[in-house]
Design a protein around this ligand. Structure first.
Ligand code: UDP
Length: 224
């Protein structure tokens, strides 16, 4: 089974934002455990460092945000290597000598032989998010499932941090998600996933064993 894991910057910020080395090490261990059961490609977020929409010139800020994902991906690659996992890094914004351009064929080949593939730089285009990049990369790499790691344990009827009456929805269709105007995942990403019938599992990622449980369908909420 091939899965695309979206790891947000919020998770990587851990308890010591913007970059918590212990959090990187924790997620590297989680990925290493999951990689024994499935082929794993990871789209890395950058929100712990910067979000483009909140900058004075968003068109520039989005590029800065994409570069932030590369900073995270470099650290995650080291953390994975510390776990003895072969990890290859590709970037939608290549940096000579640091990160090669995304090569979907090279990435697929690496996944087939059991290496973890890290995808930085989002889509390479401003005004979208790494959620959208995760869905697009999943389609290009032939992943069966997108796993969206979150701080909440699934999709809720409202933001559980703001509304105490919010209830978890264990399973819903892509159109339900879009019709309810939910926000745990970028709607643009869900729209593309809907068109290609690509399922997405939203799960709480900051607990040991969560990735494996999400891959096995034992935790989180499933869209599609
Ligand atoms: N970004 C972008 N294009 C992309 C992916 C990301 O412009 O394809 C920018 C955008 O400004 C975003 C920032 O990079 O706010 C960091 O990504 P994101 O917010 O998705 O990170 P996460 O919330 O997952 O940590």
């Amino acid at each position: 089974m091939r899965v695309l894991l979206k790891l947000s910057g919020e998770l990587l910020a851990g308890r010591k934002p913007p970059i918590d080395w212990e959090a990187f090490s924790f997620y590297a261990q989680e990925i290493a455990a999951a990689a024994r059961e499935a082929e794993i490609a990871v789209v890395v977020g950058g929100g712990n460092i910067l979000r483009g929409a909140r900058t004075p010139v968003p068109a520039t800020g989005h590029v800065m945000g994409m570069l932030a994902t590369l900073i995270n991906a470099l650290a995650l690659r080291d953390a994975l290597r510390d776990q003895g996992v072969e990890a290859l890094l590709f970037s939608a914004l290549p940096v000579p000598g640091v990160a090669d351009a995304v090569d979907q064929w090279g990435a697929k080949e690496a996944l087939s032989r059991g290496a973890v593939v890290l995808l930085a730089g989002g889509t390479g285009l401003p005004y979208v998010t790494t959620d959208t990049a995760a869905v697009l990369r999943a389609l290009a790499l032939g992943a069966e499932l997108v796993l969206k790691g979150s701080k909440v344990d699934g999709v809720y009827t409202a933001d559980p941090e703001e509304d105490p009456r919010a209830e978890r929805i264990p399973r819903l269709t892509h159109s339900d998600y879009l019709a309810r105007g939910l926000k745990v995942l970028d709607p643009a990403a869900v729209q593309i996933a809907a068109e290609h019938r690509l399922p997405i599992v939203v799960f709480r990622a900051d607990r040991k064993g969560a990735f494996l449980a999400a891959i096995r369908g034992e935790t989180g909420s499933r869209i599609g």
